[in-house]
Structure formats: C-alpha cells, structure tokens
Design a protein around this ligand. Sequence first.
Ligand SMILES: [Zn+2]
Length: 489
Amino acid sequence: MRLVIAQMKHETNTFSPVPTPLARFARGAAQPLEGAAVRDAFKGTGTAIGAFIDLADQAGAEAVYPVAGNAAPSAPVDTAAFEAMAGLIVDAVARGCDAVLLDLHGAMVTRTHDDGEGELLERIRRVAPEVPIGVALDMHTNLFPAMGQLATVIAGYQTYPHVDMYETGLRAGKAILSNAKPALAFGYRPMLPHVMRQSSLDSPNKEIQARAKEMEKQGALAASFFVGFPHADIPYAGSSAVVVTDGDAAKAQALCDELLGMAWDAREQFVYRVEPLAQSLRRAKDMGAGSLRPVVLLDHYDNCASGGTMDTMAVLGGILDAGLEEAAAFAICDPQAVEQMKRAGVGARVTLALGGKMDMPAIGLTGRPREVTGNVRRICSGLYRNEGPMARGELADMGPAAVLDTGKVEIAVISRHVEPHDIAAFRALGIEPEKKRYLMLKSRVHWRAGLGPMARAVIECAGEGVCTSDYSKLKFRRVRRPIFPLDPA
Ligand SMILES: [Zn+2]
C-alpha cells in the first residue's frame, strides 16, 4: 500500500495586513519540509500528521511526504506559495497511490482562491478521481461545499484549545485505512460564532462537541462541528458540520443536522459582549493586590493565531500607564526592537519605540509604537519545543527574542508570530509566569491549553487589532447574508 501524507495549513484572516509568502510555512527555513524530513519532524508529535505517520507505520505502508507547511494565521496566501505546495501534493498523487491523508486547516484563502483546500482537492481529483482522501481539519474550518463533495472522510478537532490534533488525525486516517465505506454528509447554519465564545471548555460548544464524540462512540466514523473562523470575508465563513458514517448516508445527514440544530439553538450564547478597556484595567488593578497566582490580561484583539500583527500596544500601554507591577507580557512581535536590544546587549538600559510597526488598513488603524524604557534582561534564539498539551513535542520558533524589563513589567519581544499556549515559550525567555501577579497574553482561547491551570482569574482586554471581537469594526462585503449575528435571526 502506498500513501501520500501531506500537511498544508493556514487560517486566513482577510482583514490581516501580515503577508503570507512560502517562507511563512517553513518555520524559519527557506522552504517547507519535504520528504523524509517531514517524517523526522513529526513522528512522535501530537499532531494530525504525526497520527498519519503512525497509522502508515502500523499498516506497514509505504508513505511519501511531498510537503509539510504550517503558517501562523495571516493575510491571504501568496499564489506562488499555494502553487508550490499544492503542486508537490498533486504531483505525488499523480505518481500513483492507494490513499491520500491530508493535515489541512480548512480556512485557507489564497490571493487567487477563496477556498484553498477545495482547490487542492479539485486538483487531486483531476489526477485521481477515485482515490480515498482523508482530511483532518481545524475546528476553525470555513467549509466550502467543494471540501464536503470531494473528500472521502473529514474529521475535525473536537477541542478548543486544540488538544486533540493527534486523535483527529487518527479518526480521519483510520476511517480511510479500514474496510469501511464512508458516507459523508455536511451542512450549514448561517451563523458567525465569536471566537471568544467558541471554547469547548465552555457552553455551548462544550455540549455540541460532547454530542459529536458520543455520535462516534455510537458508530459514526467521524462527527465534527466546525465553529468556523469569522475574520474571513468569504461566502462560506462561519459554522458548519460534517458527519461520516459507515455506509449510511441518511444517518450521516440526520446526525449532521442534529449538530447544526444544537448550534443554531444556542446562537445567542455564541455572541460576545465587549467591555471597555479602561474598565477591564481598573478591575485588574483591584484584583491584583495580594495575588499569588497570575491574573491573565487577555489582549484578544491582537492574537497572532488569528492573524493579528502581534504588535499593537493598546493593552500593554494601558498596563504600563496603570502602573501594574510584577507583570509579564507575551509578546510584542518587533524584529527591529529585538535587533536593537541585541546590539545593546544583556544588562544595557535602552529606550525603544516598541511595537506599532504595522498598519491595519482593513480596520482603518495606523500602527503606533510606544516609547518604553527598560533593561535588556535576556536574549535568546527563540527556538523551543512545546511541552503540551497542545501540539506536544512540536518545535516552535518565535525567532530571535529578548526580554525588556521595565522594573514592573517583563516584556517578551519576539521576531516571529507564536501564540502563547505553552509554558516552554516563557521558559525559553527565562520568565516564570506562575510567579507573576499579572500575565498579559496576546491570545484568545489557546492560552488555556498550557497556561490556564496557573491563572487565578482572566480579564478580557479589548485593545486594538485585526482580531477585534467587535464585528462592527469589520467591513463584511462578501460573506453570505443573512448571517447571525450580523443580521437578526
Ligand atoms: Zn483553530
């Protein structure tokens, strides 16, 4: 048996100004991984492609690995980047194989195609109309019909924070490699759940995902409810569901409709209500006194894992102005500032025009740096390995990084976008987050994977950025209408 196993992941924020060239898929190298290097990088990791590799090994299959690319969320993918990766995958399939296993995100928009994954599947189908295709998708998939029509099996993450990437790969792969006859049904409800209300640790997604898992225990090969990724102005942004059964199309459709019905009935619970930043910071100050464990200040408008520039200074500036002490901030992405700190050296006192390097024309914001003075506490390469539970064992790279210590706040300044969801990111910088009184995180939900247990409380801070949780700041022109909550139900 010959398998083609590949990864091509990107969550596209069409409002983001952060470019997406091929190098962004390459984790610091010039090109994404290919061939045996893919296996070396992902064997034993808690990822969907890691599961595909294990399944291939267990089946004694010959596996080829045309490409593994995973870019942090940003603007639509450069056409050349998509063509390079899709070309490698389609060429590998065209050389002949018994099945294709793909670790995709599901919300890829390119400069040429609204539906990057659907375009990939169409090209695969042109060279291999009958080959079984198993796809693992992120819960933030914006599912276009092509995906549902062309894939043989689709399995989506059932957790947010995403701590079941490996298990999702197993479900997609096993359904393909077994003797089952997959029957796939998919569908929609017109709704754009807010990201801040999507966690599977909370209602209503907790119950929806629990029901999906139960469907699998009762015999479905894969049951997935996708919350969708709302910061994408494309026709199929928003929630969807896919259920795959063994040969029973009507049952698959009924279960799919059941998941969608649960989501629609809970639509009001998926709406996020914004608290003004000044009020959030006042609450933070009141809450911090005598605190033994950190109060997390969530800078959720600028989460790089949703396409944020990771350099807006509104929340960090508010923390500095409020005089909050014993605080750490992760992170400001500002390669120029890192260079300045490297030149000054550890121990030097520096004044930086920090952050605010990127404009955000889609939301009418100009980048505004903030002058910050402090001591350079540490300089490091920025490479670290995730301890988990999310993407356990995967190598992460924040690029050259440094810590600026103002005396009250230790600010991580990094050169590549990584969302803080793993304690190893802090340890690489010599910061002990559990000993801080305040922890500012540019994150929305994933921080809860590795840092949630240490938090005494969380305060959601409405700062600035292209991941704004205020839909009125986003100009939707192309998403299908009506859609809740942009339009009344
Ligand atoms: Zn996601």
